[in-house]
Ligand binder design. Sequence first.
Ligand code: SF4
Length: 141
Amino acid sequence: MSGASAAELPELRLPCRVAPGVYCARCCYGTEMPLTEDDVRRLERLGYRRAEFAVRGPDGVLRLRNVGGRCYFLDARTGACRVYEHRPLGCRLYPLVCVPGLGVTVDPECPLHHLVGREAVSALAPHVRRLVRAVYGRPLC
Ligand code: SF4
């Protein structure tokens, strides 16, 4: 991953707003989202400390920290992401996920998964694969 600014990063925007000012955020509860060093640096530039928002799992991978069962950055009242424009690359690409043995696919757990068409999958799959290589050091899908 390069040191791209948030505005340069790829993303998949879905209509997650369920009511004025209220967002679905299902994917932000019990998050296991891995972080790249670029993600961490981008969030640190906002004034957050790595030890607050990230935790390293037994597999050695740095991931978003859950507090009270939800992502550190989630506003539980509105479902809004407090760092939306700067959110981690994996959050930007979700519900695209890497499933070993299957490839890059759309997570059926996302209530809006049916809105993600083949063109979006094809266009963003290389970014998902690059993210996986950056996090795990090897291709998995
Ligand atoms: S960083 Fe934002 S989008 Fe990603 S899991 Fe946390 S609250 Fe959700």
